[in-house]
Design a protein. Sequence first.
Length: 303
Amino acid sequence: MLEKVKNRCDKWIAQLQNPHISTMYNAIASGKMLRSKLILAIIPPESNPHKHDQIIDLCAIIELIQCASLLHDDVIDDALVRRGNESINASFGNKNAIMLGDVLYSSAYAKLCEFDKQIAQYIAQCVSDLSIGEVNDVFYAHSFQSDLEIYYQILEQKTAALIKACTKSAAILANLNHAQYEEYGKNLGIGFQIIDDILDITQDSQTLGKPNMNDLREGKSTLAFILLYHKLPLNQRQTFLDAFKRADSSDIEWFRFQFKTHNIIHESKQIAKDFINKAIKAIENENNPRLIEVAHSMIQRSF
């Protein structure tokens, strides 16, 4: 079924009849398609044949939006690698990457207009939240920020917004209790991003398909760093701030040592598990083992 989603995206891009767009789009490495998996788990096309095309369209819309957001992300972060391959901005330049992202956004919105107003408005609002989250993320990257609430807010906007857009929209399409699925998507998204931030610290670049410790180099205050800052004695906090600002190889080793000394990675994983468990609890009465399986897989993933 995921292949059908890919084919639908490819079809929409081909219909634009622009060789430059097609060349760049075809150079994008495929992702895990988590968001499509969630939609298909909530409203399986095989169980809803009369809505088959709508379901595939919804998946394709979300995949194009996700892809567009990553294209813009890579430009903002000056990222040269994405999923183990050269990023689009590295291959074709920032201007082309930005414009391709705009094309994907507009193509997705054109198809979204064909959906029920409730679904269309909700997805549009979630994409707006995603963009606001990106603004906040860039703003706070100028210096270390130690406020956990700000961190969680950015996660809810940047990552959880589009995931809950999937789960709630699919639930609406399936005539299910969409509030429960929205809560599931929000908590799953936050837990997913916390794990992503942990993997940036614990995994090697080859496994990640991009440089590790990248958040530190970009000045992003992720959960492990915030937890460590609050655990350090006051007389070590300036050392922390200096190391966070420099982010050279010796600083990276200092942080690794401190994370191990203060058991930060374990604590971070436990917080991620708490959010995943909240997600599972939100749909515990919905009898959907596939969604529970997806939630558990978030904790186990290595990239």
